[in-house]
Ligand binder design. Structure first.
Ligand code: ADP
Ligand code: MG
Length: 246
């Protein structure tokens, strides 16, 4: 991991009001496949405020993961602008981007993405190792995050000694451990049975109720309906943006 350089504060705040965490403006992403070009996103604009719980829903291939990768600063748009916490992402240096990915964003993936040889505790400590947190504090914070996801009694288990739902909870603890501005989850229940998926969704409800901003990608309506707002994506465009009344 690159060195951790805190982005300068008070810079580049023209993009949005302070309560807006995410603002996208006319985001395009075109994958150049040589003979053909795939327009995965075709002008996506929206804002997400601090404390929101938003589902991005759409059929397979509609551009959800592409959008998630842009929001998570894992990829760059072909065209358009993106502000994260008031900072224009296209103007950040590689070190600033590395810092933001580590500190400001907690990622949760469908396939958990845990280190198979490492204990739950060590998996959760990893983001803190990358940013140089001292060992004692690292351990205390990883333990706290594991207790938050109700895995206080599984800290020394490795992924293959845990159920699917427990593995995903380890991944969620890892996403939480840096107290990020936003949690991004791409099909987090996609590899889980319905009952286990419901437990994970109950955990997201609880995390949002305690102040975490959550953006969750899904192709399932039942999952999306747990959020307070659904942004429907179709063919790389926002088809509808609705409040769910939750
Ligand atoms: N790395 C890539 N290279 C080329 N095409 C891609 C790439 N990633 C995604 N696509 C294409 O972009 C479109 C949107 O994909 P994706 O964002 O993964 O959709 P979703 O997550 O909604 O299923 C699809 O047509 C997909 O085939
Ligand atoms: Mg996807």
């Amino acid at each position: 991991m690159g060195s951790q350089v805190a982005p300068a504060l008070g810079r580049d705040v023209e993009g949005a009001a302070p309560s807006v965490i995410i603002k996208t403006e006319d985001l395009w992403k075109t994958y150049d496949m040589g003979a053909i070009q795939v327009n995965a996103l075709c002008g996506v604009s929206f804002q997400i405020e601090r404390g929101e719980y938003v589902a991005i829903m759409g059929p397979s291939g509609s551009g959800k993961s592409t959008l998630m990768n842009l929001i998570g600063c894992l990829d760059t748009p072909t065209r358009g602008e993106y502000w994260l916490n008031g900072r224009r992402v296209s103007e950040l240096t590689d070190d600033e981007l590395a810092y933001i990915r580590n500190k400001e964003i907690g990622f949760v993936f469908q396939t958990f993405n845990l280190l198979s040889r490492a204990t739950a505790l060590h998996n959760v400590e990893l983001p803190l190792i990358y940013n140089g947190t001292p060992a004692a504090e690292r351990r205390a914070r990883a333990e706290e995050a594991l207790r938050t996801v109700e895995l206080g009694d599984r800290m020394e288990h490795k992924p293959n000694e845990l159920s699917g739902g427990q593995r995903q909870r380890v991944a969620i603890a890892r996403a939480l451990v840096n107290r990020p501005s936003i949690i991004l989850a791409d099909e987090p229940t996609g590899n889980l049975d319905t009952a286990t998926g419901d437990e994970i969704m109950a955990l997201f409800d609880r995390l949002n109720a305690s102040g975490n901003t959550i953006v969750l990608v899904t192709h399932e309506h039942d999952i999306a309906a747990r959020a307070r707002r659904i942004i429907h994506i179709r063919d790389g465009k926002v088809a509808r943006d609705e409040k769910t009344g939750r």
